[in-house]
Design a protein around this ligand. Structure first.
Ligand code: TXA
Ligand code: MG
Length: 347
């Protein structure tokens, strides 16, 4: 199959909408990451997403809508006042809500679960595509399973060339990390995956929030994941990634040592550093994560791909505090590193 890459024009959107309606896949930009979309009401079309990504069949997808009225047919309940408050405050935007599903949603979307995840994205191209298709669009991130999520159309092409007919190119994604996934089926909203909408913001809107404890650690042996996506190693670069935590001075010292040891043993190490700390690493090989959490969120997946392209086999990354947007950044980095974390002061 030939994969076309088109800028977002009315003609490209019309073609993309027609492809979705005919059961084909289209990759498209959102404000978080690029999605790989199919008609969410067509089980056979949705199955193709799993094939193109190599995604495990038990990991459910998010259904994307382009107007609030499109939510009701997909879910089996009326949204609670809490859910409505979240929707009013954060939709359209980088937030996904989980509700009991209606019979309209095929099992392929929810991987057999009785709940469905729904998101109303803010990106104009994503909304225009859903409008052009005239159906909700089921879409995971448009990477091959296990690879870092794509934040540019070029990343999508790296992973999907020859596997899908069309990629809509809308430039680089604004947020850079996937949406905040919130389970709305209990009393209190529960964050299953942190993202651009932080727990603090959710608590301000709803008066309370729970953060699933599996967010910042690996699942224990035999533990059942509330969100199936949590049990897979994710976002992983080919090289072994180590996160180094602590006071900046101690972190820089530990990373210099780890890098030098690694190089002495014949490896090709690489450092991922906040912009301001780069001079501390001298002439060692360093890539910048940007100046702060927001820039790190936007750049982290691209840097993990760069690490692969450079053939790095030992990657040492600085950390940021795991609060605010930093919680989402450290959740993704932690998973990419299979939670291999070194405390700089103890090194
Ligand atoms: O920002 C995003 O959310 C992007 C863009 C394309 O919208 N999409 C995305 O999809 O990240 P994906 O498939 O890579 O991640 C969806 C996550 C997975 O961790 C999955 O397990 C979880 O949401 N999920 C989906 N449906 C669920 C459900 N019914 N119950 C619990 N978790 C669910
Ligand atoms: Mg994904």
């Amino acid at each position: 199959m030939q994969t076309q890459l088109l800028p977002v024009t009315p003609e490209a959107l019309a073609r993309a909408g027609a492809l979705i309606r005919s059961g084909e896949l289209v990759a498209f930009p959102t404000e978080t990451v690029y999605g790989l979309g199919a008609n969410a009401l067509d089980g056979a079309a949705v199955k193709r997403i799993f094939e193109a990504k190599g995604r495990p069949g038990d990991n459910p997808l998010i259904a994307h809508i382009s107007a609030l009225e499109q939510l009701a047919p997909l879910i089996a309940v009326r949204p609670s006042p809490t859910a409505r408050a979240l929707m009013d405050a954060c939709w359209p935007g980088p937030m996904t809500l989980i509700f009991p599903k209606s019979s309209l949603v095929p099992d392929e979307v929810t991987a057999g679960l009785t709940t469905v995840a729904v998101r109303f994205p803010a990106h104009p191209a994503a909304r225009a595509l859903i409008d052009a298709a005239g159906v909700p669009i089921a879409a995971p991130s448009a990477n091959r399973s296990g690879r870092p999520s794509p934040t540019t159309a070029k990343h999508v092409l790296e992973d999907m060339d020859g596997r899908i007919p069309l990629i809509l190119d809308g430039g680089a994604c604004q947020v850079g990390l996937e949406s905040t996934v919130i389970d709305m089926t209990g009393e209190t909203p529960r964050v299953l995956r942190p993202g651009g909408i932080t727990p603090k913001r959710i608590a301000e809107i709803c008066g309370g929030v729970a953060v699933d404890e599996a967010v910042m650690r690996p699942l224990k042996e035999g533990e059942v994941a509330r969100s199936p996506g949590m049990k897979y190693r994710h976002y992983a670069p080919a090289g072994a990634l180590t996160i180094v935590k602590g006071e900046p001075g101690a972190v820089e010292r530990a990373i210099r040592e780890l890098y030098d040891e690694s190089q002495a043993s014949g490896k090709r190490p690489l450092i991922l550093s906040l912009q301001g700390h780069i001079p501390a690493y001298g002439d060692r090989r360093v890539l910048s994560l940007g100046a702060d959490e927001a820039e790190m969120a936007r750049s982290i997946f691209a840097r993990l791909r760069d690490a692969d392209a450079l053939g790095a086999d030992a990657i040492f990354s600085e950390a940021v505090p795991a609060d605010g947007l930093g919680l989402a950044v450290m959740n993704r980095l932690g998973r990419a590193a299979a939670f291999h974390i070194v405390e700089a002061e103890q090194h």
